[in-house]
Design a binder for this molecule. Structure first.
Ligand code: CTP
Length: 405
């Protein structure tokens, strides 16, 4: 994949800049030609000479120094590269790229790039969680040309713990290869259980109680997870949507069927995404023959169904995500569900809002977690919400792993 390919390696100013030298070395070992572009502050952490020694090419750093050759370098660099990778990508560099602000050679070259661009963030955990940084990442990720190589979790150079550590150079090389292959497989090894759509609670052989869920959100999650290399089991009552490529469907009908299927598979799962709108009530009795009408009013006694999420034993080996569809007090209801159902995240949405909720192609979701402030996403396609949700689930998985060790 990398043999003979032109790679533009952007290095911005972070203590992790030293890892870019190892990345350049590994890329060259795989046969790639590496051209380094550094921000001015990157040069404070590592010298252009280091990269010259490794790549055999002068590392560019300034937009308007070094004469004609460098002044037009951004265009030729951008045209020549089969792939651009920025590692480490600081908050400032991400912001420049996300806003199209061509302030230095690195951001200018990236904005002018034709090929795929991988951004590998590296920063202090508090900075990484900042809504502005997260917004920039979301903006960048929504453009097909850009790919985010998620940071790892651990002790930072500043002594803090958390997410924000530059991904390891060997992982970044693998990421480059998968982007060049056309598939970013960052969920390989994950077994993901997704539930989608409504449940159907029979009254008699011809009638049932259900709800307005269509399954679109859950199918989008299953599709995105499979595309990202996960082993996906999709538990659903929906037969009208195509099963996304690579997903194993398990068709169910009632809340009880769904509970049985989830319990049978959850032990092996590294993530459970309960996007199904499971009925809270079912008819107490199911008539085995069609009920005949009479002139009298009819009452059907209902019984509670099992709360599937609440019935599971919480585990740090699994990320569990629930959904909440509300029409008011969205965040506070979602926070209640977080603790009652003992889940890692609730994806809440206000179904009274235009473009959000049942049957729509879009959702305005809020990610509610016990460990941070609610994250309000803008109105996005369900596919994009699915990608963001899986990014968060991956992040929580890394935090669980960290906590286990
Ligand atoms: N859920 C579940 N088992 C049920 C009902 C719901 O696991 N019997 C899951 C759903 O898949 C979803 C979350 O719980 O992930 C939704 O919580 P729930 O309290 O059922 O939401 P609402 O029905 O909207 O809550 P309420 O009726 O209290 O507003």
């Amino acid at each position: 994949m990398l043999d003979g390919r032109e790679i533009l390696l952007g290095v911005s100013g972070s203590i992790a800049a030293y890892k870019a030298a190892e990345l350049a070395r590994l890329l060259i070992k795989k046969g790639a030609n590496v051209q380094v572009v550094m921000t001015r502050s990157a040069c404070e952490f590592i010298t252009p000479l280091t990269f010259f020694s490794l790549t055999g090419r002068q590392a560019y750093s300034e937009l308007f120094s070094g004469g004609e050759e460098v002044a037009t370098a951004h265009i030729s660099l951008a045209r020549q590269a089969d792939l651009t990778i920025v590692a480490p990508a600081t908050a400032r560099t991400l912001s420049r790229i996300a806003t199209g602000s061509a302030e230095d050679l690195l951001s200018t070259a990236i904005i002018a790039a034709h090929g795929p661009v991988i951004l590998a963030p590296a920063m202090n955990p508090q900075m990484y969680q900042h809504p502005g940084v997260q917004n920039n990442l979301r903006t960048l990720q929504s453009w097909p040309q850009y790919h985010i190589a998620p940071p790892g979790s651990g002790e930072m150079a500043c002594g803090e713990f958390g997410l924000g550590r530059l991904a390891e150079p060997a992982d970044l090389v693998a990421f480059c290869e998968s982007v060049l292959r056309g598939d970013v497989q960052d969920l390989v090894g994950h077994r993901i259980l997704v539930t989608a759509g409504p449940t159907l609670e029979d009254i008699d052989p011809v009638r049932y109680i259900t709800n307005r869920s269509t399954g679109k959100m859950g199918f989008a999650i299953a599709e995105a997870a499979a595309k990202r290399g996960a082993d996906v089991t999709l538990i659903t009552s929906v037969h009208t949507l195509p099963i996304p490529a690579g997903c194993r469907p398990l068709f169910v009908r009632s809340a009880a069927d769904m509970a049985e299927a989830v319990h049978a598979h959850v032990e092996d799962a590294s993530m459970l995404i309960m996007s199904a709108a499971v009925a809270d009530y079912k008819p107490k009795e199911v008539a085995d023959k069609k009920m005949k009408k009479s002139d009298d009013a009819l009452s059907i006694p209902l019984a509670r169904t099992l709360d599937i999420l609440a019935s599971l034993t919480p585990s740090r080996h699994r990320v569990t995500v629930g959904f909440a569809a509300e029409t008011h007090d969205v965040v506070s209801y979602a926070q209640g569900k977080l603790s009652r159902k003992k889940v890692d995240m609730i994806v809440a949405n206000d179904v009274s809002k235009a473009g959000s909720g049942f049957g729509t192609e879009t959702n305005e979701a809020i990610f509610v977690r016990p460990d941070k402030e609610p994250e309000h996403l803008p109105l996005l396609s369900k596919k994009q919400v699915a990608y963001d949700l899986l990014d968060r689930a991956k992040e929580i998985f890394a935090l669980h792993k960290e906590a286990r060790t």
